[in-house]
Design a protein. Structure first.
Length: 224
């Protein structure tokens, strides 16, 4: 994750607050929807608000589990207006994403193996003096770096509310990919600008675990 709308590669917060998170959510087998066949075989996938070629995910660089989750995350939707402050599990349509994942796995006759993914949620607050377009320039450059590094499955960011609060989130193949994706010069420039651009920022880390056969899943606090 970047550090403009929200950071793509930061690994630890410079400010902290109490963990406000819902307990682990486990979902059992649900009805599987039908997914159009033409959606199953793109090579380059739009995974962020940026649609230029250098921002697209190359699915051929991923194993089947990561390919299928990336395709499923194309249907990620925010369910609320107060996403900047709401607990992470309540913000997005995770049940729909998992249902889509089951459908894709079934259509590809793929037997899902338990896999965990690394999620970053970047919560921030900008002062009235921050020019939001300046954040976008930093963010876009850092997103290109993160995409090129590999394993960057999804990036979403919102719009600051009336008090300047916002949320951005990334889904990565692994913590190692996130660290690699955040090590380039564009990320360092964005991180160096954080102190002047934000009055507050915090990084929450989560683990998405999807178990064998997609029989259940949960999102929990990440622990190393």
């Amino acid at each position: 994750m970047t550090i403009s709308q929200g950071p793509v590669g930061l690994e630890s917060p410079r400010t902290s607050r109490d963990w406000h998170e819902k307990s682990s959510l486990v979902v059992s087998e649900a009805e599987v929807p039908t997914v159009a066949e033409e959606s199953l075989n793109p090579r380059f996938l739009v995974v962020s608000p940026y649609t230029e070629k250098e921002h697209l995910l190359d699915l051929e660089t991923l194993d089947p589990e990561n390919q299928l989750l990336a395709l499923s995350l194309a249907s990620l939707e925010c369910l609320c207006d107060d996403y900047a402050t709401r607990p992470y599990l309540e913000i997005f349509n995770w049940e729909d994403i998992i249902s889509r994942l089951r459908a894709l796995a079934r259509q590809r006759n793929h037997v899902w193996r338990e896999t965990s993914f690394y999620i970053v949620a970047f919560r921030s607050r900008i002062p009235p003096t921050t020019v939001y377009a300046d954040l976008g320039v930093l963010d876009k450059a850092a997103h290109i770096e993160a995409t090129a590094s590999g394993g960057f499955l999804k990036y979403w960011f919102g719009t600051p509310d009336a008090e300047g609060r916002n949320l951005a989130t990334c889904v990565w193949r692994s913590l190692e990919d996130a660290r690699k994706g955040g090590s380039g010069p564009a990320h360092r420039k964005a991180a160096g600008s954080a102190r002047s651009l934000y009055t507050f920022w915090q990084i929450d880390r989560h683990r998405l675990t999807i178990r064998d056969g997609i029989a259940s899943w949960d999102i929990t606090k990440w622990t190393d």
